[in-house]
Design a protein around this ligand. Structure first.
Ligand SMILES: Cc1ncc(COP(=O)(O)O)c(C=O)c1O
Length: 374
């Protein structure tokens, strides 16, 4: 199997720890281990570091299941981030020639893997003019009879948009008509800037698999702890793939995650995330108000990411490279999502650094515009 280059992850892997301002990250400022131990009251020296139960401890699977109506531990597989949950899903479901329908723009993992596995890709779109929603009827037209798998990321990356209820209903009805599996990547649930949590696709259609993790809404990407929730009858097969990928979660991550998902602690963690997102999103909006060459954006509703159009002839990958080399600012070019003319800005980290980095982006856009005129 040969997979196409996952451009965004390659870009981040090479550069994110080597710039002064990393705006390529889509989560919020991560917890330190000391903060996490203080919050959970766990004693790290007492943690056994053997292999835990390989599909996740019973306690952790019960804690994950409690977030999904009607689910039990038998519906849960604990994974190394949602990345592994998405991976085992595609490995299990796809054969060469299978039709996969994706809602785009989206995170590049599932399209890249599906291509690598020899699937035929069909897309339908989130449209900026509709506030990054799909047009009514688009899902129905794309999800035809015989479709094997439909992949929806909700809330979405890179747009931070959340599907309207009617769009979810249309997707579910189309999957049911086609007999397709639905993979809902819901890793940004819990990172909403306002209002209640985004409803999960879970529980409304039998062939639904939902993925999530502690990486975005919980500020704990370094634990590499995620999950897959699905029908009990499918879980044994999906777990069997994990024997070939990572075998089990890290024992320390399993124990920490079990504690973080305890309802009282979870509420505190998510409220910290919301505070960061609301504060920093308004920093970006102040900057957009003063920068003539960027925006307006469709205000992101979840996640610490926004997809920002800019007005300059420069290609987004060239612009991102110029920002990296000349200003030590790392952003993700729209090119990595198949949409040139945009930058994905991650705004979840330190507010003072965010302000400095945005000034640098504005200066580079102005310098570009001046060069283009002269
Ligand atoms: C939509 C989406 N899915 C999955 C992932 C992988 O995240 P993790 O494996 O840390 O849960 C990301 C990371 O950016 C993402 O944006």
């Amino acid at each position: 199997m040969r997979v196409p280059t996952f451009a965004m992850e390659r870009w981040q892997s090479h550069h994110e720890h080597r710039v002064s301002y990393n705006l390529s990250e889509s989560g919020v400022q991560p917890f330190t281990l000391a903060e996490l131990l203080e919050l959970t009251g766990l004693e790290p020296r007492a943690m056994p570091l053997g292999y835990p139960q390989t599909n996740g401890s019973d306690e952790l699977r019960a804690a994950v299941a409690a977030m999904y109506d009607g689910a039990g531990p038998e519906n849960v597989l604990v994974t190394a981030g949602s990345a592994e949950a998405n991976l085992v899903t595609l490995l299990r479901l796809l054969e060469p020639g299978d039709r996969v329908v994706l809602l785009v723009p989206t995170y590049g993992q599932t399209p890249g893997l599906a291509r690598g596995l020899g699937a035929e890709l069909v897309t339908f779109e989130l449209e900026e003019k509709l506030g990054w929603q799909p047009q009514a009827g688009a899902a129905e037209a794309a999800i035809s009879e015989g479709t094997r798998l439909v992949v929806i990321t909700n809330p979405a990356n890179p747009t931070g948009s959340v599907l309207r209820r009617e769009a979810m209903d249309e997707i579910l009805a189309a999957c049911e008509r086609a007999g397709a599996w639905l993979l809902a990547d819901e890793v940004y649930i819990g990172a909403e800037a306002e209002g209640s949590e985004t409803p999960s696709f879970w529980g409304r259609y039998e062939r639904t698999l939902v993925t999530g993790s502690l990486s975005k809404a919980y500020g704990l990407p370094g634990l590499r702890l995620g999950w897959l929730v699905g029908p009990a009858s499918a879980m044994e097969d999906l777990w069997a793939w994990k024997d070939y990928t990572t075998i089990s979660p890290s024992a320390a991550s399993d124990a920490l995650a079990t504690s973080v998902l305890e309802p009282g602690i979870r509420r505190r963690v998510l409220s910290r995330t919301r505070g960061i997102i609301v504060r920093n999103r308004s920093i970006v909006e102040d900057w957009l108000g003063s920068c003539e060459l960027a925006g307006p954006w469709v205000r992101p509703r979840a996640g610490a990411i926004g997809f920002i159009p800019y007005r300059s002839g420069i290609n987004s990958s060239e612009l991102a490279e110029r920002l990296r080399v000349e200003s030590s600012v790392l952003v993700v070019p729209g090119d990595h999502f198949g949409l040139d003319g945009y930058l994905r800005i991650g705004f979840g980290d330190d507010p003072a650094e965010l302000k400095d980095a945005l000034v640098r982006i504005g200066d580079t856009l102005e310098a570009e515009a001046a060069q283009a005129v002269s």
